[in-house]
Design a protein around this ligand. Structure first.
Ligand SMILES: [Zn+2]
Length: 973
């Protein structure tokens, strides 16, 4: 006989959430685990609980074994004494039984879309085409299975469906059938972008294809998924709600984005947008595997693995305080082929267990359950969910900056195309071209960056992926650039010329404004004593001839009061006695390696390195530069984060810190050698510019132009690479403003966000994506900053990968992220970053008094959507003979026009408006040069809501704080 030492054998007894039927009786499955048994033994398990006193014979093998026994359920919590008797030995334990939840596991099959990353973009299209084709086959093959186990497939991005219908147009009817019977569901978002970087209209276009699927396939489209990307624009919440999207399933990847480590949000929750729209949000709870979570619970292995892992998962949810009886589990890895296995597991499981019930489902099925059962118990939360991953764009800074600028170009293209359509009978509105360019812009701004491959099979494959990504960039930018030029020319060419040649200045914003414009005209228009006269006032305006070159001359004109959504003409006359320019009012002093410019409002000093070391607002008396820590405003600063993870291609799951938000330190690289090349200055129309050039450590050439124009400072930097730096440094441009603990605000797409108080729990606080402006203010003065090319700003200093848990910047330093130093010049075969020279433009507007959102919007949007100008010869045979002025009038204190485009239906024009100051506001919209025949209010994606009564030939409406509206207007002449 072998004596077993009692303490050597571990014995566990666990009630599980599994329920079975045993000879017609409902029983709870309990698991018995025995470890380290030295030899096989016959044993008896005895459970005594209230009236229950049952014994089970167990054959225990040597080593480790698991056994199941079935017990009646309890109706209320009850303790039990459990004893395992093996020969002379026995082990005892106390166990608490609680009533068993009737779990429902809604299991969502999909395949996550990365454009690139695993394959070339073109191969990714094929993967998803094949997936949807097979999903339709699986749905048919399992049509006679029990309902819960029938195959169901979710198209995680609408882009998958667009590609499928292009490649397999004959499958349309099959797809419609599958959508109708619920075996295929299309999610709303076109693709998973860095949403915080997208423009307003890109956000709308992200949902536009879903509306097409509703119109053309009868797809309901009520839910959206965001997988992988750890962030989503707050403004998208209102657009979801307004577009019929009630549900949002998010699966944030915590790599360098510790959402789960920092969030205290329950699941699910209602997320409320800036204007009050709501979506019901579910998030996956695995920080490592996110949308691949189903694989962790055995669904890519088999029934046995699910039986082992799923009960533990459900028990853990219960013990962690999860209050509900249903969960969603999704499974869809990066561009992975679909598998039938989860459905066969569900079929076997449901045969075996009464509960939990595994339901092969789509996201909306789960959400409808949640909405019906739990709505009144869910919290409503607000705030921006800033993505931690948008910084990936620092690896391709040239194209990222161009993409940001292109957002404005796309917007202007549509506005000018509508105007051209109105005034020029020969113009054809480019509906399809605009849609294709927006699609390409969303694909380029998607979260796979430049579309490279993480682990390419060969250098050829790596470069092929990048070339395809670059093609998306070109398809987004080139048509917009050319289309805008064509529309501007078409609109101007339709105008009849007058007695004298003119420059036509167009303003596509809904308020009048001025500014300096440059136009190329025949040299003969500009004679030595010529004047440029504002046609409306008859007054000469300041102008100058910038670059006479042969028969052409570039003329700069200071335009003023250009009508809202309209145009004005400046006439080139030969009248003598008119003033040619204005008397200079700004003074310029150059002293050694610095220059000082001063006018009545502002005084500033620029160093030969391009830094602004002194900036005083004479109106408020505020000195705005903090020079204790940093070398002035507009300083190029190099920063190296500590090594913390694998190089690209390595095992990025190996380092836990990358998921859990352990702050990563870093150091500023102080240049050892700065060679200043020049400091020169000039005046132009009372605008004084100082230009500098410096070489930093033989790595970078840094050229800056700093100009003072009225009360605004305009900066253009040009950064080029002389060599690739040795360290993986990140370049920043710093603006250390001297405002301790400032009040911070910035423009999001359809919101003004205070990042100190308006972020979603779990959001990145290290940097923020800015749309048109950011603003720092104190009680009596402030400064608004516009950034043309860079989207991401750290507040309070450099916060790269610090994973801030609380956010209260103590300094007014704004650090714009520029590039990773080693991103340029590109390696052989890489089309990104060719001829690298980053243009980095900023404008600064110091002000006296309190923050005014309208002033900030007017400052920022005027620069994002600048005035445009074109030459109009005398006697030009146009056919639009109307007087210059506004074509659209929007009369309101704080409602602005945020979009003007042709209706997707081809019938009329879409006008988008937004309340921009956060207060209820009345507005009137009219078309002074046209007759408004009829108008409809529509959703952002142009589904009709209802006809709108006209009032005195226009529309009258009221918007709540930050609310948007979309009107379709049919016009006649
Ligand atoms: Zn992804």
């Amino acid at each position: 006989m072998i004596t077993v030492p009692q303490e050597a054998v571990a014995f566990e007894f666990n009630p599980t959430p599994l329920i079975v039927a045993e000879r017609g009786e409902v029983r709870q499955v309990c698991r018995v685990m025995v470890h380290d048994l030295p030899m096989p033994t016959d044993a008896t398990l005895r459970v005594r609980r209230g009236d229950v006193d049952v014994s089970f014979p167990l054959d225990l093998p040597a080593g480790r074994s698991t056994h199941e026994v079935y017990l009646p359920e309890v109706t209320e919590a009850q303790g039990a004494a459990v004893e395992l008797q093996a020969g002379d030995l026995s082990w005892r334990t106390e166990v608490d039984f609680t009533p068993v939840r009737r779990w429902q596991v809604f299991f969502v099959n999909h395949s996550h879309t990365d454009i690139g990353f695993t394959h070339t973009p073109s191969a990714v299209v094929e993967v998803h085409n094949k997936n949807l084709e097979r999903a339709l086959e699986f749905a048919r093959a399992t049509a006679d299975w029990p309902s819960d186990a029938r195959y169901r497939w979710t198209c995680e991005s609408a882009w998958q469906v667009q590609n499928y219908l292009r490649a397999r147009p004959t499958d349309r009817a099959r797809l419609i059938d599958a959508i109708q019977d619920g075996s295929v569901e299309i999610e709303a978002l076109y693709i998973h972008s860095y949403f915080d970087l997208l423009s307003r209209e890109q956000l709308v276009r992200s949902l536009a294809y879903a509306q097409r699927m509703r119109n053309e396939l009868g797809a309901p489209v009520t839910s959206a998924m965001i997988c992988d990307v750890p962030g989503c624009a707050w403004s998208l919440v209102d657009l979801f709600a307004a577009s019929g999207i009630r549900f949002l399933a998010i699966a944030p990847n915590n790599f360098l984005a510790p959402f789960h480590a920092t969030t205290d949000l329950p699941r699910p929750f209602f997320w409320q947008g800036p204007a009050g729209g709501r979506v019901l949000v579910w998030y996956t709870d695995d920080p490592y595997w996110a949308y691949i979570e189903g694989a962790r619970h055995g669904f890519w292995q088999g029934l046995e693995q699910v039986e082992e892992k799923l009960p533990a998962k459900l028990a853990r949810l219960e013990s962690d305080g999860y209050p509900f009886d249903a969960v969603q589990i999704q499974l869809g890895s990066d561009n992975r082929p679909l598998r039938l296995l989860p459905a066969t597991i569900a079929r076997e499981w449901n045969r075996k267990y009464l509960s939990p019930r595994i339901r092969i489902a789509t996201p909306s099925t789960f959400f409808r359950h949640a909405e019906e059962q739990w709505s009144d118990r869910l919290p409503v939360v607000t705030g921006e969910w800033q993505s931690s991953w948008s910084q990936t764009t620092l690896h391709y800074p040239q194209e990222a900056a161009a993409s940001r600028r292109n957002h404005g170009t796309l917007d202007l293209w549509e506005r000018f195309a509508v105007v051209a359509d109105w005034v020029n009978e020969a113009f054809v509105y480019p509906t399809a071209e605009v849609a294709a360019a927006y699609d390409a812009s969303l694909l380029f701004d998607e979260h796979s960056g430049p579309k490279g491959i993480w682990r390419p099979h060969s250098p050829e494959e790596a470069n092929q992926a990048l070339r395809e990504g670059y093609q998306m960039f070109e398809e987004a930018t080139l048509p917009a650039r050319d289309g805008l030029a064509t529309a501007l020319a078409s609109a101007t060419n339709a105008l009849s010329g007058g007695e004298t040649p003119a420059a036509v200045v167009w303003n596509m914003l809904s308020w009048p404004r001025g500014g300096i414009v440059e136009v190329d005209v025949p040299a003969a228009w500009i004679e030595p004593d010529a004047s440029v006269v504002d046609e409306e006032t008859g007054q000469a305006v300041p102008h100058e001839v910038a670059e006479p070159a042969g028969d052409e001359a570039r003329v700069r004109i200071r335009a003023g009061d250009v009508p809202a959504m309209g145009y004005k003409r400046y006439l080139f006359t030969r009248d003598e006695g008119q003033a040619r320019g204005a008397a200079p009012s700004a003074s310029l002093t150059v002293k050694g390696d610095s220059a000082t410019i001063e006018n009545e409002q502002i005084a500033l000093t620029v160093e030969a390195t391009g830094g602004i070391t002194d900036l005083v607002d004479a109106r408020s008396g505020a000195s705005l530069v903090e020079t204790n820590t940093w070398p002035g405003l507009n300083a190029l600063v190099r920063y190296v984060a500590d090594p913390h993870g694998p190089e690209p291609g390595g095992d990025f799951t190996a380092d836990k810190r990358l998921y859990e938000g352990t702050p990563i330190g870093g150091r500023v690289v102080n240049p050892t050698f700065v060679q200043t090349e020049e400091i020169v200055s000039w005046r132009s129309l009372d605008r004084v510019t100082v230009s500098t050039s410096a070489i930093i450590d033989d790595l970078y050439r840094w050229r800056s132009e700093v100009a003072l124009d009225g009360d605004q400072i305009e900066i253009t930097n040009r950064l080029s690479w002389l060599d690739r730096p040795a360290d993986p440094e990140v370049l920043y441009i710093l603006f250390p403003f001297a405002s301790p603990s400032p009040c911070i605000r910035h423009a999001a797409q359809y919101a003004v966000v205070d990042p100190c108080t308006q972020t979603l729990s779990g959001s990145s606080l290290d940097s923020f994506a800015i749309q048109h402006w950011l603003d720092l203010s104190t009680q009596d003065h402030g400064v608004t900053v516009w950034s043309a090319d860079l989207a991401l700003a750290d507040y309070g200093g450099i916060n790269m990968q610090r994973f801030l848990r609380r956010f209260a910047p103590e300094t007014g330093t704004v650090a714009f992220r520029v590039a990773t130093g080693r991103s340029l010049p590109p390696r052989d075969g890489d089309p990104f970053g060719r001829r690298p020279c980053l243009e980095l433009r900023f404008a600064i507007r110091p002000y006296r008094g309190v923050f005014d959102p309208l002033a900030a919007h007017h400052f920022g949007e005027a620069r994002t959507l600048p005035l445009h100008v074109a030459a109009l010869p005398a006697q030009h045979p146009g056919f639009w003979n109307e007087q210059p002025g506004s074509l659209v009038e929007l009369d309101s204190a704080s409602v602005m026009l945020t979009g003007l485009k042709g209706a997707e239906s081809g019938d009329g024009y879409i006008v988008r408006v937004w309340e921009s100051a956060g207060r209820r506001s009345l507005a009137r919209l009219s078309f002074p040069r046209h007759t408004l025949l009829a108008a409809w209010e529509e959703t952002p994606v142009e589904a009709e809501i209802g006809r709108v009564e006209l009032f005195e030939g226009g529309l009258r409406f009221e918007l709540g704080p930050f609310e948007t509206a979309t009107f379709r207007c049919v016009l006649g002449r």
